[in-house]
Design a protein. Structure first.
Length: 294
């Protein structure tokens, strides 16, 4: 468990506000931070990484104290064993992909880890290229691999997929999820994308104006039960499940997630990420894929 109880006065264009957090982060989980811009999400990540010093409070992981204002303890970022991936990649421009990964390795680490990460992130054809020759998605794959080359216990992700197109974003989500599971990490990720949050996270923490407003699973926080008459909405299919003899689809429509039950035959051919139409006549909901060629 990572214990976070901190206070920090933050300056922003909209005026000063206080970061006042009391949060317990369970280890081994993927936690997403959600909320409007300026709510303190990035400041929380930076406080965990040791890049931002709180005015007061305490941060501890198990028996190791990272920060304690009363005891004047403030562990350096290097000693917290945290990997950080920013929205804007911070790769060394004068190093190749392979060079960036080797530089990030902790002393005494096996070279096999770098080769393993290159294979996991599909970087084989990019290993001798420099950052300025890479696409945005390629740079973020390298950034993720470089963070993992440190063999961190905690992985912090500050909207690393925000600038990517939908197709590349889905691919990078898979890399993040597979890495989280393979290396048994505790991952804390900032995201504004509800589909991404539902797909990736075990727990979502909703923040607003420097405070925690809600904590729970994505379903507990975002899914609503609604009764409707005749309607037709377009949304994004998040996931498909079997519940007994029926299939249940979770669909993101606007900022709301709804669940639609139907016979499994009606869901054939649908995959998460598809654009779908949810329609109802006489309280009989239907779901079908949008023809993107139209």
């Amino acid at each position: 468990m990572i214990e976070v109880r901190i206070h920090k006065v933050l300056r922003s264009k909209g005026g000063d506000f206080s970061l006042d957090l009391d949060l317990a982060i369970p280890e081994g989980k993927l936690i997403t931070l959600y909320g409007p811009s300026g709510s303190g999400k990035t400041s929380l990540l930076r406080s965990l990484a040791g890049l931002l010093t709180p005015d007061s409070g305490r941060i501890a992981r198990r028996a190791q104290v990272w920060f304690d204002s009363q005891k004047r303890a403030d562990l350096s970022p290097q000693k917290r064993n945290v990997g950080f991936v920013f929205q804007e990649n911070a790769l060394f421009p004068n190093m190749t992909v392979l060079g960036n990964l080797k530089f990030a390795q902790s002393k005494g680490s096996s070279r096999e880890l770098v080769e393993e990460l290159i294979a996991d992130m599909d970087l084989q054809d990019l290993r001798e290229r420099y950052p300025d020759s890479l696409s945005g998605g390629q740079k973020q794959r390298v950034s993720l691999a470089r963070a993992l080359a440190q063999k961190p216990d905690i992985l912090l992700l500050d909207e690393p997929l925000a600038a990517l197109d939908a197709g590349m974003r889905i691919k990078l989500q898979e890399y993040i999820l597979s890495s989280h599971r393979k290396f048994e990490l505790t991952t804390v990720m900032v995201s504004h994308d509800l589909a991404e949050i539902v797909k990736l996270s075990d727990i979502t923490v909703v923040m607003e104006k420097g405070r925690i407003r809600n904590t729970g699973t994505p379903r507990e926080i975002f899914m609503e039960r609604r009764l409707s008459g005749k309607f037709q909405f377009t949304g994004t299919l998040l996931e498909l499940e079997r519940e007994g003899v029926i299939a249940v689809a979770s669909v993101l429509i606007g900022n709301h997630i709804i669940r639609v039950a139907a016979h499994p035959s009606e869901m054939q051919g649908l995959r998460p990420g598809d654009q779908v139409v949810v329609a109802s006549k006489a309280f009989n909901p239907m779901i079908y894929k949008v023809d993107e060629s139209l």
